[in-house]
Structures are given as structure tokens and as C-alpha cells.
Design a protein around this ligand. Sequence first.
Ligand SMILES: [Zn+2]
Length: 300
Amino acid sequence: MTASSRSQTRQQQTIKKSVSCRGIGFITGAEIEVHFHPAHTNTGIQFQRTDQAGLPVIPALVEYCVPRQRRTALQNGECSLELTEHVLAALAGLQIDNCLVEVSGVELPGGDGSSLIFTEPLLEAGIEVQSAPRQVLVIDRQISVKNDQRMELFVRPANQAEMQIGYQLDYGPRSPIFPQVFHLSISPETFQRELAASRTFVLQDEVEALRALGYGKRTTYQDLLVYGPEGVIDNKPRFVDECVRHKMLDCVGDFALLGCDIHGYFQAYRSGHELNRKLIRQIRTEYRGELESGSRQKVA
Ligand SMILES: [Zn+2]
């Protein structure tokens, strides 16, 4: 029995029609336009930079990830794309497997710091069920990664044929962000209800440091959650535990970089994008045989 044959599979899905959104990029401050187009089975998620000569394509796979602090960037040859995690979360959360995503700049628009800027047009497009089954990798053993900043992340076999994520956020007793724990079985329904609207957060001290580096010049305290010593500044949380929900949203986006469904139980302690990518790379290495024998999109 192979790892991909002993779990319930679903059909691949795309969107019914092309839709778009636009907004300001958090890093460059540029106005960015995004067009989502339906795509054939086994295409996977492909980004296309429409502002570059030759319209280069970047597959949304961990093989194309490049090291970045606090975000997930992809690169194919000379062409890169920043801040992909929230659109990847929106697509994975809604189980849209095949989609061409045209982007008119070097980053995705930030929207309100959540994935709503993407889920809203994608839901308006509607979901089209396709003729091929979606590949699923069933985790049958524990794989764990950690780093020297006390972050840990592991995946184990799940007790259901689904992705389950548990996340423990803990920035220590002096942080204005209190410790938070959240568990969720990931499905389109739970993603939309519990995660999609949760926003990026940052500490006030970090904001000025980021601005000094040239980031976020057009981003205000209303565009994401900024925490000062007394809590959120000039904004209102959507959930009391919005931070941990957002960390889980980031996990959904980063875990999608394996290019197939994963049935397993993920447990994260303070994990971020870098550790998320490390675990997905490790899963890809350990399950290489199962992944290559299935219908996961081919890597150019
Ligand atoms: Zn995020």
C-alpha cells in the first residue's frame, strides 16, 4: 500500500471564471493588480509576473522558495515574487488546486493583512470540480524540525483523513501579545470561518525598524495589527486570539508549497515561515517516491 493510496481523495478543483483584485504592496508601496485564471488539471498554482519581459512563470512549490525573513518568497531564474503566503493560504484554504495567478509587480498586495482580499474574488468566481483526483500525501511517521530561537514544528499521523494544525504562540511574559493556543481541522468551511479574516501583526518597535529599511511606507496602523505595550494600537482585533489564527493561516499557505493535500497532524510551537518551509522540504525529501509517483505537478 503506498502512502498516497490509503486515504480518501477528492477531485482537483479550479475556479469557474477569471477574477481580479488590486491593492498596495506592503513592501514597495506600489499599486499591484492580480488576476486569477482557471487552469487545467495538474497545473498546480502558477504565478506569472505580467510586468516582466517574457511573462515569466513561477510554480508555487517549495523547490522555488528563497530565504526571506518573515515572509514567503518564490523565485524562478531571475524572477522573484514576495509575500506569497496569504494568497497561497486563500487558494489552499478554499481547495483551489489549479490556478494561474498573474501579478503586476514584485509582491502580492497586502490588503487588510489577512487573506480576505483574495478569498472574496475567488469565492465570487466559484469552484469548478475537475476530472482528475487530487494527490494526497498521508503522513505515516513523525517528522520534526526546530531552530535556535526555540521554535519547533512537527507533523505526525492524524486520526482523520485531513490536515489538522495545532499552534502554540508564546512570545514570553514581557510581550504585549499574550500566549495563545489554537487547534483546527482544515477545510474550506473552517478556513473561511476561523482563519481567513485574521490579520498580520507586528510589534510597534519593529514597525519603525521596518520603515527604516524602506518597508511599509504606505501601510498604516489600520492595515494590520500593531501591538504597543498596552495592546493593539488604533485598531480593533477581529478575534481575541487573532495572532495565533494568523500564524495558522500562514501555515496553511506555506504547507501548500508541497503541491498536494497533506493528511497529517501538524503541531507548531512559535513556528514561522522559515521553519514551515524547512518542514515541507523535509517532508518532500522523505516522501520523494510517493510524491513523484502521483499526479503532483511536474517541476520544470
Ligand atoms: Zn502572514
